[in-house]
Each structure stands twice: as structure tokens, then as C-alpha cells.
Design a protein around this ligand. Sequence first.
Ligand SMILES: C[S@@+](CC[C@H](N)C(=O)[O-])C[C@H]1O[C@@H](n2cnc3c(N)ncnc32)[C@H](O)[C@@H]1O
Length: 225
Amino acid sequence: MDLKIVSTLDSSKTLYTSQFDEHYHSTHGALNESLHVFIKSGLHHCNLNSIKIFEVGLGTGLNVILTYLETLKKEIEIDYEGIELYPVRQNIIENLKFDEFVPKEHQNIINKIHESSWDQEITISDKFKLKKIHSDFNSFQFEKKYDIIYFDAFAPDKQPDMWSIENFTKIYKSLTNNGILTTYSSKGIVKHNLRSAGFKVKRLPGPKGKRHILRAIKNKQINFF
Ligand SMILES: C[S@@+](CC[C@H](N)C(=O)[O-])C[C@H]1O[C@@H](n2cnc3c(N)ncnc32)[C@H](O)[C@@H]1O
């Protein structure tokens, strides 16, 4: 991928790819967007102590880092898996300067995350396990269940196949009951496809520069009678 580093309005950096004509995060604030969409609207809505997360589109690893930082604040254990078809090179990651928002004593985890081997479960800390999967999500088959999905593909008009009913159905089946999917897009087609896959979909206020985002829940009612 042909990648360019771009500064965003909250002074954090992201990437631009000419292949998809897309930014990896909002240009109104990459850090702010990730915190809002995935941490506050996803992770903070899960009240389990041991949480399994799957990310679609690992990209720069920003969501991994932000999720890891949550394990320093709360009594939670995280088992994190993320899929990526086009891994970002280490020298590009270094130039994104994620260390600017990570406390000094924990900055070593940025490299630990990016240097960790693909397709193997790696222990990042006693509370955080990571498996980076180098594969195409469209042909990926889940083998276990997750509590949260961070759905962070490129925009639906650039990659409609990623946001298909088929992919959302696959995700729905791989979620635990009351499992959550969060995503930055609130487009009509995304809501429609999530609902067709069985999700209950809620529109939430978006981060700066974006009116709405979505949180979708798998909520299967159990009938006793
Ligand atoms: C919006 S960016 C994700 C940003 C990322 N979450 C981050 O924090 O940097 C979308 C990501 O999806 C990846 N991607 C695109 N098509 C994919 C596919 N078919 N399977 C897996 N990953 C894919 C892209 O390479 C890119 O890293």
C-alpha cells in the first residue's frame, strides 16, 4: 500500500492510502475518534472482567494500544485478536508518534505490539493477550466467540463487500449473547445490513466532525415458555 502520514486536528497522526483514497482515521482527530467509537462506545459498555475482542482492520494498531491502556486503569483481562490484509510497516508506525499519548513507563508496549509475530497468540502483559491475523476478512472463518467487535474497515462506499449482510451475519454468529459491535459509520446501508444480520442497532452521537456512529448488540431473547 502507498501510505502517507497525515496530521489530524487533535494533533495525533493517521495514514492516507491512495489505493482506497481513504484515511485510516478521521482527519478531525484520529485519537479522539478511536477513543470515542471503540473505547467509550464499545469497551466501556461491556461489564465483563475477562473480555474477548476482535478488530476488523488492525491498521496502525491504535485501537490495540488504547485498549491495552484500559487494562492499566481497570481490573480487566483482554484477549485481543485483530485481522489485517495489508500490514503497515514498522518504520511508518514509528513516524506516527503514538508514544506522545502513552505514559513514558508504558511506551515499550508500542513496539511490543508491532513487533509481535503474526498468526500467533502473544502475551503482551499478564492482562493482555494479542493475536494479529494476517488474512482477508471476507474469506475469514471465526473459530471462537467474542464479546466485542471493533469494526474498522474502510468506508462502505470504498469497500462495500466488507460491510455486507454476509460479513455481519458471520460476526453475529461469532458474538456472545449481548455482544457488541461498534463502528464509525452510521450510513443507511450499514444499519440495514446489521439489522438484516439480526443486530439491534443504536445510533449514538459521533466524535468531533461526525454526527453519528453505531453500536449494534446481539440480544437473543431466551423464551422459557
Ligand atoms: C479504517 S482502516 C483501520 C484503522 C485501524 N483500526 C487503526 O486504528 O489504524 C481500515 C483497515 O482495514 C484493512 N483492510 C482492508 N481490507 C481488508 C480485508 N479485506 N481484510 C482485512 N483487513 C482489511 C486496511 O488495510 C486498513 O488497515
